[in-house]
Write a protein that binds this ligand. Structure first.
Ligand code: DER
Length: 237
């Protein structure tokens, strides 16, 4: 099967967990997009009455609207509760810690997926890593004001870590990439992954004034669904 077929298999398995009346966190990225399509099909067939979703990005909001998923906003109602979030990930380590946000949506993803009762991560097996940071950057959302100063502070704080370097993520025509929230992204790279305490690195990052949030989702996933190349789908809780 192609990687996209694997992503679709994981997404469809996750959507089997959706029950009528649920409020869902709707993820962002190509794997989550398969879940949105599947949900739209089921909703249009009348299979999941009362289901609605809170989108983790403007892109997901548009996609959900296009396929007919009713939309809610975070904190939209007095007793609003998110029962289940479904989203992809860039990396999954053996403790089910994640890297997310290489698509730029980490802040809204972390807010919504942190608010829900369950957070189901859908990946193909290429996302499984021995350590976070193995296949690419850890994204860090920073406010635009003084962003290069904040980049300097991040470099200072993590200078000692092996193979570390950081840069401001470029958008189009060499202007910085801008998130849905109007912020910038600092990309932190660690050659062959982070060799350090993830919780400590998270705490040190979040104490840097100007840093909004980062893309390490530590101990947040309640279930990880892995579509393997051999056609099997593993559900890890
Ligand atoms: O940006 C994100 O957090 C996405 O969920 C990303 O982590 C997964 O994107 P993909 O499903 O397109 O690989």
């Amino acid at each position: 099967p192609t990687q996209d077929e694997l992503k679709r298999a994981a997404a469809h398995r996750a959507v089997e967990l959706v029950e009528p009346g649920m409020t869902l966190g709707l993820g962002t990225g190509s794997t989550a997009a398969h879940a949105l399509d599947r949900l739209g099909d089921l909703l249009r067939a009348g299979a999941l009455p009362g289901v609605a979703g809170v989108p983790t990005s403007l892109k997901t909001e548009a996609h959900a609207a296009r396929v007919g998923i009713p939309l809610l906003s975070l904190g939209g109602g007095p007793d609003m509760k998110i029962h289940l979030s479904i989203d992809g990930a860039d990396e999954v380590d053996p403790d089910l810690n994640l890297v997310k946000g290489r698509g730029g949506s980490l802040l809204r993803e972390k807010m919504i997926e942190g608010a829900g009762d369950r957070f189901v991560v859908i990946v193909d097996e290429s996302k499984l890593v021995p350590r976070l940071g193995c296949t690419g950057a850890i994204p860090v959302e920073v406010v635009p004001f003084g962003a290069r100063h904040t980049l300097g502070l991040i470099r200072e704080v993590f200078d000692g870590l092996p193979g570390f370097h950081a840069r401001l993520r470029e958008g189009s025509e060499d202007a910085p990439f801008v998130t849905d929230n109007g912020n910038y992204i600092v990309e932190m790279f660690f050659e062959d992954g982070i060799r350090g305490d993830l919780r400590d690195i998270s705490d040190r990052l979040l104490r840097i004034t100007g840093v909004v949030e980062h893309g390490m989702f530590l101990r947040m996933a309640t279930t990880v669904i892995v579509a393997n190349k051999d056609g099997t789908v593993a559900v890890i809780n």
